[in-house]
Design a protein around this ligand. Sequence first.
Ligand code: NAD
Length: 292
Amino acid sequence: MENLGRINGKTELVGLLATPIGHSLSPAMHNLAFDKLGLNCAYLTFEVGNEELEDAVKGMRALNVKGFNVSMPNKMKILPYLDELADSAKFSGAVNTVVNVDGKFVGHSTDGMGYTRNLKEHGIDIKGKKMTLIGSGGAATPIAIQSALEGVAEISIFARDDAFFPQAEENVRIINEDMKHLNVKANVYPLENVEQLKAEIATSDILANGTGVGMKPLEGLSVIQDESMLRPDLIVTDVVYIPRKSKLMEQAEAVGATAINGLGMMLWQGALAFELWTGQQMPVDFIKEQLF
Ligand code: NAD
């Protein structure tokens, strides 16, 4: 409620277009940060699906909002309604943050940036590393693309034989062909090929789970069936943050590997969006203390 007291005729709007939306932590995160820094902005959510998206974006233009977030099911559908795309969005084919730059709507994807930034917070630079990444959906795709943009040396993507497998092949094609100038080697394998998974993890610095395995309704499960694939000098990351310690995180800790859950990625994707809108750093420690 403390935000409402400071809304006036000059308050700038930032929003979120998604559905379902009620569970989102973004309004609390951004409004607390606006308050803390004394910025005259307010973050509101709008229940918008694919059908309403084009009109909603037109409305955001007409209202000259400062910017907004986009979440499911709109992350890929919004691309044609924007004026420009940053590399993070162009190569991942998805947008989670739109910035109003003098009337031009520029799309970014801060999900992958949140992932790499969180690694940095743990003292890990992705540059020159080899990564084994499981998945090719809305979380895994920006992780793959941003890791490539930030100089990962090699990335091996494993995907289950389901509707997302073609996206895994497409992500690998984009990295090897469209992002050829970055000299990243990308490979794609079926997740069912356990021997290959073992071999790729054995030569990787980072193992990343980019799937919802470990979270409800798949809580208690892990993409890794055989813990002997893990080792103490492996960095194991998860996009899952509910629960904080997924089965994969437990497996990683049990062998003495570095275990990093998805909370930091979530926090930093918001912090980086905040920075794009306001030019100021989100008070991340304060937000963590208040919300997590
Ligand atoms: P999605 O539906 O777009 O993609 C799901 C992916 O998981 C696909 O690659 C699919 O093949 C794979 N998958 C599903 N079930 C599987 C199984 N049983 N075994 C192996 N692979 C399986 O979903 P998404 O948006 O990518 O979300 C995935 C997870 O990431 C969710 O748990 C979500 O909460 C989390 N997430 C976290 C963050 C963060 O900031 N930490 C951001 C986005 C999503």
